[in-house]
Design a protein around this ligand. Structure first.
Ligand code: GDP
Ligand code: MG
Length: 341
């Protein structure tokens, strides 16, 4: 091969940024909104589909910051997954934000992927998700992924029963039988989703990850570990803000993050006896972040009490949760610019 001329080189760079020197005329690309109540295996599924290589892209930073987007770029299609934070009962403002976020994801998508846990019959939360799917203004094709099939005993008729139970909640959905952990049914699922995407060149460069997104993702991984370790004790009463994120000369990434809670009792729970719990949380989160960044990570966590943060919309916005836009009187105090507590 000859050295490319400078002009050609420019063109090559542009195509290369898209990750395909030339895309096929029948290339498909689009958005898949992943919905499902917590714990059904959405994150596991996305990670498995992407082969652990999550690329996080935030095309509209103001409105999508708490949706993690995983992008699967294949030879024939690009699937952009919108990973919703789960759909929760609107017990307080944060719950409402999450529900709105989840609901707002639906109309954008070219396909909906509803992940359910096949080890159990539909519960109230599943029915609520079904209700939101039914209420969506648009009705993209729906795939109901019956997950955790590895936990059903071979030859039992449970899978069939679950298929009927979940299908009944969303009759227009197609059922896919999968195990995100074992990988069963995932190639077929990716094929099917690809076929549902509109004809389009790839929408995103293949490996686009910005600092801002990685920072946010690191915070989300910390928050996830807090919730995983203390799901019952501190439901949603947690926000994580990454204060410092820097690469050190020794190839280490230094991350300092603050875990905000509402009450001193929650702070004590998160810290645990002699700091044992926060240590566990930190270790687990550090592992996850190291996998994401593929570098060694030094993670420092602080726990701070910030009463009522959940009901303070401005605070929520500052912490990265998209809030519905509302006209409100401007009452900016001049002290606002001073450094944070
Ligand atoms: P999310 O809240 O919907 O994102 O669910 P997660 O991906 O965090 O998964 C919740 C739990 O279910 C984790 O402990 C996973 O390891 C587990 N899980 C997810 N998929 C499967 C699966 O296919 N089989 C089994 N046995 N467990 C799974
Ligand atoms: Mg998840």
């Amino acid at each position: 091969m000859n050295e490319p001329e400078p002009a050609e080189m420019n063109e090559f760079d542009v195509h290369d940024a898209i990750g395909e020197s030339e895309h096929r005329a029948d290339y498909r690309a689009g958005f898949v909104a992943v919905v499902g109540r917590p714990n059904v295996g959405k994150s596991t599924l996305i990670n498995a589909l992407l082969g652990q290589k999550i690329s996080i892209v935030s095309p509209k930073p103001q409105t999508t910051r708490n949706r993690l987007l995983g992008i699967l770029t294949r030879e024939d299609a690009q699937l952009i997954f919108l990973d919703t934070p789960g759909i929760h009962l609107p017990l307080h403002k944060l719950g409402e934000v999450m529900v709105e976020t989840a609901a707002a994801t639906l109309p954008d998508a070219d396909a909906l992927l509803w992940v359910v846990d096949a080890t159990g019959a539909p519960n109230d939360e599943d029915r609520k998700v079904a209700g939101i799917i039914a209420q969506a203004r648009t009705r993209p094709p729906l795939i109901i992924a019956l997950n955790k099939l590895d936990r059903l005993s071979e030859g039992s008729d449970t899978a069939d029963r679950r298929r009927q139970e979940y299908s009944a909640l969303a009759p227009h959905g197609e059922v896919a039988l999968i195990s995100a952990v074992r990988g069963d049914g995932l190639p077929e699922l990716a094929d099917r989703l690809s076929s549902l995407m509109p004809l389009s060149p790839p929408l995103f460069p293949q490996d686009q990850v910005t600092d801002q997104q990685v920072r946010f993702m690191a915070g989300e991984l910390v928050r996830e570990q807090v919730l995983l370790h203390l799901r019952d004790e501190v439901p949603h009463a947690v926000a994580v803000l990454v204060d410092e994120f820097s690469e050190r000369a020794n190839g280490m990434t230094y991350i300092s993050a603050v875990v905000y809670v509402e009450r001193p009792t929650q702070k004590m729970i998160i810290l645990g006896k002699d700091g044992a719990m926060i240590k566990k949380i930190g270790q687990a989160a550090r592992h996850q972040i190291e996998e994401l960044l593929e570098t060694r990570v030094f993670l420092e966590l602080w726990v701070k009490v910030r009463p009522k943060w959940r009901t303070d919309e401005e605070e929520l916005r500052r912490l990265g949760y998209p809030m519905p836009k509302k006209k409100r009187p401007r009452r900016r105090s001049t002290a606002r610019n001073s450094s944070r507590a």
